[in-house]
Each structure stands twice: as C-alpha cells, then as structure tokens.
Ligand binder design. Structure first.
Ligand SMILES: *Cc1c(COP(=O)(O)O)cnc(C)c1O
Length: 440
C-alpha cells in the first residue's frame, strides 16, 4: 500500500470525508509554486538567524539558569545581542518579564512618552488591547491618565496612507508614531515592510525626532527584511508569536535604538536598574531554540494561511488577504457573515489540535476586548497564536482570524476539520458545496 493511501486512510479515521480530502488535495496542488517561494524566504531567514547566533558566539554556557536579581545573566545578555544583530538594531530587550505583546508595547510606549507628548497612529485604530493602554477606551493607568494625548489618522478607503491627513496631524508635541504592521482583528490589509519604510520616511521628513515604533506582532520572518531595516526606531513583538518559534513559553521583545530600548528597560525594571536585572529562570534555551526554529515555523503558518484563503475563497466566502495576494503577516481573515460560521470554524480548528482536541470552544467575555470572543487553541503554550489557532469576536461582519501552525501538516488538518464542522453546521450548503467540490 502506498504512503498516500495510508495517509488517506488515517485522515478518514480522523473524521475527514473523501469529498473534503479530494477538494483540499486539488487546492494544495495549485499552491505549490507559492509554497516554494515561502520556503525560499524561510531559507534566507534561517541563515540570518544562524549567522546572528554565530556572530555572537552563542555557546552552551548561555543556556544556564539564573535566579534572584539575575545579575550577569550571560545567556540573557547574549540573546539580546543576537536579536539586535538579527534585526540590525543597536540594542534589544528580550525578556520573560515582558509577559505578552500588549505588555511589551505598553512598556515601549510608556517608557518613551512623557506628560504633554502626543502619540500618533497613522494607520488607523490599533489592536484592541492597545485601546486601553493608550486610553482610547477609558482605562485605569492608561497613557491618557498620565497626560499623553493621542491622535489617529485612518487609512484611506483603498488601504493606502492618508499622507495629507498625517502631515496635518503632526504637531509640535508629536513624540512617537505607532505603526501596526499586521491587521490584527481588522479587515484592513496588512502593511508590507516596504510600505512601512515609506511611511516612516514621510514622518521623518516632517520631523526626524519622532520616534517611529512598529508593532511587529505576527510579522517577523514573513519577509526577508524587518521594519528596522527601513528606518523603524523600535520594533516590538511577542515571543508566543513568530519569533518564539512555538518553544518560548512566555516573553516579548523590544529592539531598536539604544536610547529608546534603554528607556524601556528602566520602565520594565526600575530607574537605575534597567537591563542589568531580571533573572531568566532557565528559559534561555527555549528562547534560543525557538528563535532558531522560527523561520520554518513561520513558513508553515504562512502555508496554512494561504491554504485557508484558497479553500474558503473557492467556497465563496470573503477572505482577507485574497488567496493570490502576497503575504505580510501570518493572519488569515475569513468572513462568514454569520456567528455560526465563526463558531463552527473555531470548533474545527480545536478538533484538529494535539492538545485538548476533545474540548468544544464557546464565545466568552475576554478581558481587553469589547465583544465576546471565541478562541480555538489546543496549544502547548496557553494563548500561543504561533500554534494553530483561530479566534473571532462575535460581532458583525462575523470574521474569524486564523493563524499559526507549528507544522504545515497540522495547519492542513485544521482547515480540513473546519470544513467538516461547517458542513455539519449547515453553514455550507451540502448540495451547492458538492457541486463546487466536483467543479474543482
Ligand atoms: C497579538 C497582538 C498584539 C498583542 O499581543 P498579546 O501578546 O496578545 O498581548 C498586539 N498587536 C498585534 C498586531 C497583535 O497581533
């Protein structure tokens, strides 16, 4: 019996019907040229990571744990040099004490803004959890409470920058610009690194003193360059997304100009202490090894995202980005226009997980979000969204956001399982669907 037959048999045992298998097989074959391009980017980024580790003479001594204050934590300090080399920055802060992407962004912002300063978002509304950090939604401890004002310039309807609006919004108090690379929970397009570079050049042309920070969440290693290669003063991200490679159990990073990174370190620990303290508690190995795997993990996630786009586009749903479009992050949005679709999709992703596959996710009121959210994640690390995961706020237009996949095969199973759940929930009309499946 051939290997293909064995896999088919196993898929059937796992609950994937022949119709779905055939349909997905066809879609996958059409995507092969795209997958090859993704592998080429992964190869480039893999070499970048290895070179950064070699240039900084990473050694097994760096995997030792520190405790207490964490003075002279060689592994931590060297890891930060590796990140700085990799992102071509003067400095980096890479810490388990940065407990999430939101926290890292909060630290970077609050460290570099002072009362009277203004923060500008030239790319529209930022990620949901930042609304409370900034004070767009009233919140205890927000930047607004500390006298930092905020201005926002939305993208134009076609997704491009509103350069005139941005010029008008920049005033004498504009101290920082926050630029979100990924679309997050929105249906706007994700920005390419090239576009971000153009935006930064425009802002610096008006006032070179404005600190340009990029929220790099979900963007790392998708392209061969990062925003710091095109003028970003700071990039910020989460280690339970792309750069943790699925192995980092916690953490965040802030990389960029030394002065701004140092300020972040004083905010994270205490004035006078900065980067010198913060025990790594034995997590260094996972951080190094996760970074080492990150380029191939991101490639798997990208393949999953494109596959999901192609599958759902063929079934007639609106997907962002469209299947054929070039990728700038690992998130795929699929709009169902019906809460049933979001729920069935998430239940399918959950059913495909290695962990907690028997659990049925339901919407809940998650802190930091303004609508109930359903999340599917059978993850080894709680909330890790570089692992195969799907989530969506239960509000119109009922869009699910799908991301991650430590391996491409797992992402593929997840999408096939989501199709099974949509069939079962009646979201896909079986007869119409059968026709579609036959046509392809
Ligand atoms: C995930 C994400 C964040 C917040 O990160 P958490 O780790 O969930 O706090 C911020 N911005 C963007 C664009 C994100 O995708």
């Amino acid at each position: 019996m051939s290997n293909t037959n064995n896999v088919t048999q196993l898929y059937r045992q796992m609950g994937i019907c022949q119709q779905v298998l055939d349909f997905c097989q066809k879609v996958e074959e059409e995507l092969n040229p795209r997958f090859m391009a993704i592998d080429q980017t992964a190869e480039y980024n893999q070499m970048k990571v290895i070179k950064a580790m070699q240039d900084n003479r990473v050694s097994d001594i760096h995997f030792a744990a520190t405790t207490g204050y964490g003075y002279n934590d060689l592994g931590r300090d060297t890891l930060e040099e590796v990140y700085a080399s990799l992102f071509h920055t003067e400095a980096a802060l890479v810490r388990p004490n940065l407990i999430s992407g939101t926290h890292a962004l909060h630290v970077a912002l609050s460290a570099n803004l002072r009362p009277g300063d203004e923060l500008l978002s030239p790319v529209g509304k930022p990620y949901d959890t930042l609304e409370e950090v900034i004070g767009i939604r009233e919140s205890v401890g927000s930047l607004r409470e500390y006298g930092v004002s905020y201005r926002q310039v939305d993208l134009l309807p076609d997704g491009s920058f509103n350069y005139e609006g941005i010029r008008a919004a920049i005033g004498p108090n504009t101290r920082m610009a926050t630029i979100q690379r990924s679309k997050g929970y929105m249906t706007r397009p994700t920005l390419s690194v090239g576009q971000i570079g153009e935006l930064i050049a425009f802002i610096k042309g008006i006032n070179p003193e404005i600190i340009c920070m990029v929220d790099n969440c979900y963007g790392e290693f998708v392209e061969p360059i990062e925003p710091t290669d095109l003028g970003a003063d700071l990039i910020v991200g989460s280690l339970i997304k792309n750069p943790g490679g699925g192995l980092a159990p916690i953490g965040g990073y802030i990389a960029g100009k030394k002065e701004w990174v140092d300020r972040a370190s004083y905010r994270l620990s205490a004035p006078g202490l900065g980067k010198e303290v913060g025990a790594s508690l034995g997590l260094n190995t996972a951080f190094y090894q996760g970074l080492f795997l990150a380029p191939t993990v991101v490639a798997s996630a990208l393949k999953g995202a494109i596959f999901a786009a192609a599958v759902y586009e063929q079934l007639g749903f609106s997907v962002t980005p469209p299947a054929r479009e070039e990728r700038h992050d690992i998130i795929q949005a699929i709009t169902f226009g019906d809460p049933k679709g979001v729920i069935a999709f998430c239940q399918g992703i959950q059913a495909a997980a290695p962990v907690d596959s028997f659990v049925i996710p339901e919407p809940w009121d998650m802190p930091g979000y303004d609508a109930p959210v359903i999340m599917a994640a059978g993850a080894f690390v709680q909330g890790s969204s570089i692992e195969l995961s799907a989530d969506g706020p239960i509000k119109p237009p009922y869009t699910v956001f799908f991301q991650g996949g430590l391996t491409w095969y797992h992402a593929k199973l997840g999408i096939m399982m989501s199709l099974e759940k949509l069939l079962a929930s009646g979201m896909i009309d079986v007869n119409r669907d059968k026709e579609n499946l036959k046509e392809l």
